[in-house]
Design a protein around this ligand. Sequence first.
Ligand code: MF3
Ligand code: CO
Ligand code: CO
Length: 251
Amino acid sequence: MKENYKEAFDKTRQAGIIAAGALDEIAKIVSPGTRTDKIDKLCYEYINDHGAYSAPLFYRGFPKSCCTSVNHVVCHGIPSDKTLKEGDIINVDVTALKDGWHGDTSRTFEIGEVSIKAKKLVKTTYEAMMKAIQIVKEDINLGDIGAAIQNHVEAEGFSVVQDFCGHGIGQIFHKEPNVLHYGKEGEGDKIKAGMIFTIEPMINFGNYETKILQDGWTAVTKDKSLSAQFEHTIGVTKEGCEIFTLSKNKK
Ligand code: MF3
Ligand code: CO
Ligand code: CO
């Protein structure tokens, strides 16, 4: 690793480990009967206890410490008194801000036994993110990342959300480049060693279209079909990439 991005990688790794650790704790309480604001409280406390700050809290007016997106909610669901029930899927998206640097990660959890179609959607979404991460290295194009995701997802009959994308991240939560989760190989800018960004595909069971609810945040599928998402923050190297938000449990 080149010296000039060692600090950025070290700091992002520290933030990423905290974010992943928060999700590991959250994984233990996502079961039937849990309120989504209980997940928010655990997230807030875990991140504070680890000397960091929950970046979503008050970010552009967002009222909570994490996003909890249930079933047809695509992203940016607001924790509330809503109770999880058997068969739901929920994405929890956590971002830790540690020493001025961000680590951003999310996972979709299954609540009790879920339908075969929900299971397949969640599995395919995770695979799509990992397939994209596996091709990342210096000098590939951003479009290669989008194509890796889109090809896998569409082969399974699902659709890629276009209204939200991955993003550069560092001392700023959301920065250039936009990392689209669809596209064509060879298109888009080339990526360089030292770049840090997220890959966070949102995949719908039905149509790709979304709309925002009255609260100004909650994004849902227009056709009310299920949506799943996974997210990692990664750093590009000459040979590949480092996943900063990997947990001990590997997700
Ligand atoms: N963590 C989300 C992302 O992946 C952003 C959440 S911003 C919020 O980029 F304000 F909605 F919390
Ligand atoms: Co993100
Ligand atoms: Co996120």
